[in-house]
Design a protein around this ligand. Structure first.
Ligand code: HEM
Length: 389
């Protein structure tokens, strides 16, 4: 019997056969090591995500709470509704066109201008990493001129979410420094643009039913969790297209094929494989009793390969018509940054493919997608010529 051990090399490099085995043999799988139930089937995962009374995100020991304080990611009920409503306007679909024109496209073009001065580059660190942090900072009204300093501090915070024991001290120190920095730049922003989100952090009475602390905590969540998932998605889309040259060719010949190719990457090679819920009352799933206070790991990546949901789930087929994947979650906690992230992916690849010539990969073998929680290739070195913007 296969088991899930997120510390194992096998799991971190190729978890798909483990998911398949468990879907068939033990779809509500209890892990003694992780003291959690892992849910592997699409139908069970959807049921849990849509029932926020029996399955909550709110737990005192949740790692994200220890570093960010309470954010919408780990609250339920009225507070979640109130704070999410405040931010939903900033991330709404109707704002995305202006973000695309004023923020995303200029950021992507600037990054490519830099790359075009070099003979070779690393797609992961020089392209994908360069985009989402700048975009989210600009959307929130924060400056982008201390990017290297900021990323250095965001790294231990992200590592803490993956390996809490090892990174707790570094993450707390980094968080204190980032908070001090944001408060300082927010004060300057309040003079320049008093209506921006950043300015509200230092406002005596922020607009709307929210406190400055709540704005600050959630902003910290957006600039960490939101950016690394986006970076990983950009990397996974590129590596998936490189593995499927026939799709790469179609996408490069016709922009309209780009969106389905990205959507299918989110199903086939998602950046995050699970999310967590805590059980509030004794319950059962698929006949397995689950006691109150149990921790559930919802393996959304396994749901994407569930044979009872998708036709030929193991195949990357961008033009399938059954793609209803859970990469951005479902229900009340469905990703608030989804519209922004999707547009960012589209514009990044549209401009990249438009400006790049033939791609020469500088690896003998394609790097693998790997990780404990966030999964992406660590390097993707390539050579090419770019045209002007
Ligand atoms: C602009 C970038 C992004 C931002 C600002 C962002 C922000 C957030 C926030 C604040 C939440 C919590 C929402 C709530 O609980 O009400 C959330 C949820 C979520 N996000 Fe994102 N996100 C971004 C990109 C992404 C990407 C690229 C992915 C993966 C493809 C992703 C996957 C998720 C998932 C799965 C959830 C649901 C978690 C759960 O239900 O437990 N996010 N996101």
């Amino acid at each position: 019997m296969k088991i899930i051990d997120i510390d194992s090399h096998e799991f971190q490099t190729n978890p798909w056969p483990i998911y398949q085995h468990l879907r068939e043999n033990d779809p509500v799988h209890y892990s003694d090591k992780h003291k959690s139930y892992f849910l592997l089937k699409d139908s069970h995962i959807r049921k849990v995500l849509l029932d926020d009374k029996t399955f909550t995100v709110d737990h005192p020991f949740r790692m994200t709470k220890h570093v960010f304080g309470s954010t919408i990611l780990d609250m339920d009920g009225e507070s979640h509704h109130r704070i999410r409503r405040y931010f939903s306007d900033i991330f709404s679909a109707k704002k995305i066109d202006s973000y695309a024109n004023e923020i995303i496209k200029p950021v992507v073009n600037d990054v490519i201008d830099e790359l075009s001065k070099r003979s070779d580059f690393d797609f992961v660190n020089d392209f994908a990493f360069a985009i989402p942090t700048r975009v989210i900072l600009k959307v929130l009204g924060l400056p982008t001129d201390n990017l290297a300093w900021l990323r250095e501090r965001l790294l231990p915070i992200i590592l803490f979410i993956e390996q809490p024991k090892e990174y707790i001290t570094e993450a707390r120190k980094a968080m204190d420094e980032v908070i001090a920095y944001i408060l300082e730049v927010a004060s300057a922003e309040a003079v320049r643009n008093p209506n921006s989100v950043a300015a509200q952090i230092v406002a005596e009475e922020p607009n709307g039913n929210i406190t400055s602390q709540e704005i600050l905590r959630n902003i910290l969540l957006f600039i960490t969790a939101g950016t690394d998932t986006s970076i990983a998605t950009i990397c996974n889309t590129m590596i998936t297209l490189l593995k499927h040259p026939e799709v790469m060719e179609q996408v490069r010949a016709d922009d309209a094929k780009l969106r389905p190719a990205i959507q299918e990457t989110l199903r086939w090679e998602p950046p995050m494989h699970f999310t967590i819920r805590i059980v509030t009352a004794n319950t059962e799933l698929g006949g397995t009793p689950i006691p109150r206070n149990s921790i559930l790991q919802l393996v959304t990546a396994s749901s994407s390969r569930d044979e009872s949901k998708y036709e030929e789930p193991e195949l990357y087929k961008p033009f399938r018509n059954d793609n209803d994947n859970l990469a951005f979650g479902l229900g009340r906690h469905k990703c608030i940054g989804m519209f922004l992230a999707e547009r960012e992916f589209y514009e990044a690849f549209q401009i990249f493919f438009d400006r790049i010539g033939e791609i020469e990969l500088l690896h003998d073998e394609l790097p693998i997608v790997e990780g404990r929680i966030l999964r992406f290739p660590r390097q993707l070195r390539m050579k090419s010529n770019f045209s002007g913007s």
